[in-house]
Design a protein around this ligand. Structure first.
Ligand SMILES: Cc1cc2nc3c(=O)[nH]c(=O)nc-3n(C[C@H](O)[C@H](O)[C@H](O)COP(=O)(O)O)c2cc1C
Length: 170
């Protein structure tokens, strides 16, 4: 076993430190086509909701990852190692619609038993999550500076609440 199963809170803590030091994490999704896609995310929330451990990610409808999440309601959050800044940049710039980012980054897709989506073998830790609620940010509920700063083109995020099913680290 490359990863050891662990408490999800250990991965959440590592994820928060990495967001601060590297600015991103990897979100893996996989649609009906059966090929995984990876995109960089800068926002992640974890905690307890509906009595369950939950990870929340915000994905704009314009992302290919959004299409895949709508097809297969699972995602994995993968914590990069220090040498993966180039990969974070690439996965935050190119779309899986026209680029095989797993190949471009030299990533290996690792299956997790009983889960319909993989994790990135080269990363330091992961969470695998099943979406149990999705919603859309509500434009009328924002304070106006946030609206102007983040939504000049009305590409309002979908908010995915994923129950944490597996957690692992090296
Ligand atoms: C540091 C960083 C953080 C990002 N965070 C998010 C995010 O939380 N949600 C989002 O929808 N896009 C985010 N993006 C943009 C996507 O990663 C980018 O549009 C990507 O190319 C989408 O890939 P896809 O089309 O294969 O899904 C971020 C980009 C960078 C560079």
């Amino acid at each position: 076993m490359i990863f050891q199963e662990c408490d999800w809170q250990e991965v959440a803590a590592e994820g928060m430190v990495t967001l601060r030091t590297m600015g991103g994490l990897f979100l893996v999704t996989q649609g009906k086509g059966g090929y995984p896609n990876v995109m960089t995310i800068g926002w992640l929330t974890t905690g307890i909701v509906w009595g369950r451990p939950v990870a929340v990610v915000l994905v704009r409808p314009s992302r290919y990852s959004h299409t895949l999440l709508e097809e297969t309601p699972y995602f994995s959050v993968n914590v990069p190692v220090e040498t993966m800044q180039r990969e974070l940049d690439l996965c935050g710039r190119c779309s899986g619609r026209d680029t095989d980012k797993f190949t471009q980054c030299g990533f290996t897709s690792l299956s997790i038993e009983g889960m319909p989506i993989p994790v990135i073998q080269e990363c330091r830790a992961f969470l695998v999550c099943e979406v149990i609620q999705k919603t859309r940010v509500e434009p009328t509920a924002f304070s106006s500076p946030v609206l102007a700063e983040f939504y000049p083109q009305d590409d309002f995020h979908s908010v995915y609440f994923g129950v944490i099913k597996r957690a692992g680290r090296k």
